[in-house]
Ligand binder design. Sequence first.
Ligand code: NAD
Length: 460
Amino acid sequence: MEAVAAAAEAREQLRESFASGRTRPAAWRAAQLRGLLRMAADMEAEICAALRADLAKPRTESYVHEISLVTSSCKFALKNLKKWMKPNKVPAGLLTFPSAARIAAEPLGVVLVISAWNYPFLLAVDPVIGAIAAGNAVVLKPSEVAPATSALLADLLPRYVDGSCVRVVEGGIPETTALLEQKWDKIFYTGNGKVGRIVMSFAAKHLTPVVLELGGKCPVVVDSNVDLQVAAKRIAAGKWGCNSGQACISPDYIVTTKCFAPKLLDALKRVLDKFYGKEPLRSPDLSRIVNSNHFNRLQALMDEETVSDKIVFGGESDEQQLKIAPTLLLDVPLDSTIMKEEIFGPLLPIITVDKIHESFGVINSMSKPLAAYLFSNDSRLKQQFEMNVSAGGMIFNDIGIHLTNPHLPFGGVGESGMGAYHGTFSFDAFTHMKAVLDRSFLGEAKARYPPYTPAKLKIL
Ligand code: NAD
């Protein structure tokens, strides 16, 4: 009951603030974005410490993958804010002559952002940047699974942005459920598809639009026509160098040919030795698994009867430290749990096929991923991959870096989500594009009014 009352109070207070018009001027929006920029700069050490407490995230990863992305998002929004807010004049059309037509960017109102634990600073603040740039009031619900970052956000945000329009509500399922029971003008949710369905069912009650940033099994197809050393480094950095594989766009499995698999395996093993040494569990550059539930889930994926003898590298784990070594598995059965569920951890199965084109069938037998990757120098194969594989985003010859380009939408398709954000798309996600037609009293056409006579019909 307390959670419900707190959620209702937050919602009501923000509704009043939004109704006062406070969030609409460009000056208010810019001041909040500058506040977030200052927060990221002043509090870098505290943010890194929280991420270390939650995930043992190495400082370089915390800075490059979270803090600097928040900073560049703020800067991009600040640079483009006035352009985004400006009404977009469009042709008026003969039928409405004389008139002027425009598309006005209208804030949606009071929005709810629910974020996930794996990039707990970035995934919380980045959507808030979009919501503020678009002139909304916003409630942020950080993930309770990353409690240090959640507490830090609750402490910091009111110190750097207008607390009458931006609120942080901490908590787990009861608090999130209480928030979801309220009426919002948009819900932006990042997390797994099971909870995505719960979010959608709450949203349906109020016809609230949603953005769902979900996950899935992101495939990496590796052709033989590649620079193998570069490919192996980029795959390893995109998997283990991103939160130990606990990333939504992390490689989930590799598909390559039977002939090429031994070479690829060797290259990956060499790179992993170089990155994390002979005792990877002791490496300070490898994040830990977020909690014992996820640790046990990942351990169970490796221990499954048909899978455990497919481990060809790694496999060690340390329950005390919640660390699992980078692990490669070769040709696990496609019906094993590790190939049925999103792995979201440091295990990487390699599936082999006779011909590289057969990879399309493997990918398309699963639900649509958030990202799909192909390593190849063959332009025809790239073209065919783009044509045949549906995914939220796609990269040739690298992993994950599409999310750093603010001109590209970031979001899923099918079970990997709906809607998108980043750059202009963040502004659009929290904006209603209102059609405005300004008509003159001139231009009367008698034919449009009753009585409808045959003569009038002829004119029309
Ligand atoms: P999580 O456990 O942090 O949950 C996300 C949010 O949902 C949290 O704020 C949590 O409080 C809330 N929640 C959990 N259970 C709920 C319930 N029953 N009712 C209402 N709210 C509830 O994160 P997670 O789901 O474990 O995140 C991992 C998943 O998120 C993976 O599938 C990953 O691929 C996906 N993900 C997607 C993106 C993206 O940008 N598309 C980014 C990160 C993670």
